[in-house]
Design a protein around this ligand. Structure first.
Ligand code: PMP
Length: 357
């Protein structure tokens, strides 16, 4: 007897990364270091825990489904109208809602590969056909090939900038050319989960394209804003696209705690900037050190670094774990390592050095 869809068997699971507590227990260490999920290592922002605790007093009631106060705060911060904003249970949920809002079964969703591991899962579970366009030799999106992959069945294109897991970022001139080449009836979703870590001035803010009717920008509060556990992301698009997403969203999926926590976090923009600068300085230090151990490490504009280790990826991941550091191997391809505190990064670099010796 089979109750669930047969095609799910062929789908990969989303890999959340193993628990540091389990690894520490296994190795008999006081603690293990997790550099596998691109979180920022500095704890919740000031005021967030208190705001979530205050929200807890009202949890016998449903949250505001219109997310009015938070959408207004996001609109104010990013210089758009609240009608252009939709929130969701993480930006990964919003990516799924966008597919649901654009693709009928069999319609095509174009994305680069390798990119965020959730994209193929979202496409398959939504009935959209995945069209994967291989990255270029520098591990970044090949926008020329992505534009050429558009057919009359294409409804949506995902552009991950900076790209997870390779850290590469697209420049304004190439993104301009790409957006001009894509037909008006195809939605281009610019996934900017790591925007706050971008330092290259040539890498455009996706929001500068949000006045285009066929562009939607995805942002998350999970990374730079330190709210991964609350599950809150948002998108900015022209009002018809944002309204369509609010229509297909799972009711009440932006919880009261997430709304309160996000409002408190947004009041800490200066502290976020300070923390991102620390992460960026460490990113440059770690990239330089790794460049001496591994050939072809791409420059990263995110809070992680990509090691193109090919067939050695899994073995490298295991060697780091044996030394108490959890990283994220992608079998046969490479390893993504999140930037942590200086002490965590030193522990990782020591593990990497002995793993590659
Ligand atoms: N987009 C990209 C590119 C990501 O790497 C991630 C998180 N790994 C997300 C979206 C989703 O983040 P969240 O659902 O936590 O907002």
């Amino acid at each position: 007897l089979r109750l669930t869809r047969a095609d799910l068997d062929a789908l990969p699971n989303y890999v959340p990364g193993r628990s540091p507590a389990d690894l520490a227990r296994e190795l008999g260490l006081p603690e293990a270091i997790k550099l596998a999920s691109n979180e920022v290592p500095y704890g919740p922002l000031p005021g967030v825990v208190e705001a979530v605790a205050d929200a807890a007093a009202g949890v016998h009631r449903y949250p505001d489904m219109g997310v009015v106060a938070l959408r207004q705060a996001l609109a104010d911060r990013y210089g758009v109208h609240p009608d252009q904003v939709a929130t969701g249970c993480g930006s990964v949920a919003l990516a799924e809602h966008l597919v649901r809002a654009t693709c009928l079964p069999g319609d095509e969703l174009v994305y680069a590969w390798r990119s965020f591991e959730a994209y193929p899962i979202i496409a398959a579970t939504s009935g959209a056909a995945s069209v994967r366009v291989p990255n270029d030799a520098g591990h970044g999106h090949d926008l020329t090939a992505m534009a050429a992959a558009v057919t009359d069945r294409t409804r949506m294109i995902l552009v991950c900038n900076p790209n997870n897991p390779t850290g590469t970022a697209l420049r304004r001139a190439e993104l301009d050319r790409f957006l001009d080449a894509v037909p008006d009836d195809v939605l281009v979703v610019i996934d900017e989960a790591y925007r706050e870590f971008v330092t290259d001035p040539e890498v455009p803010d996706g929001l500068s394209y949000a006045d285009r009717p066929n562009v939607a920008v995805l942002r998350t509060l999970s990374k730079a804003w330190g709210l991964a556990g609350l599950r809150i992301g948002f998108l900015v698009a022209q009002p018809p696209v944002a309204a369509a997403v609010r229509k297909v969203v799972t009711p009440f999926s932006t919880s009261a705690a997430a709304q309160a926590g996000a409002l408190a976090a947004l009041a800490q923009a200066d502290e976020v900037q300070r923390r991102c600068a620390l992460v960026v300085a460490e990113r440059e230090r770690v990239t330089e050190a790794l460049g001496k151990l591994v050939p072809d490490v791409p420059a990263s504009q995110a809070n992680f670094v990509w090691l193109p280790l090919g067939d050695r990826a899994v073995e490298f991941g295991k060697a780091c774990e044996a030394r108490g550091v959890i990283v994220r191997p992608f079998p046969g391809d490479g390893v993504r390592v999140t930037i942590g505190t200086p002490t965590e990064n030193d522990a990782f670099l020591a593990a990497a050095e002995s793993a590659l010796a």
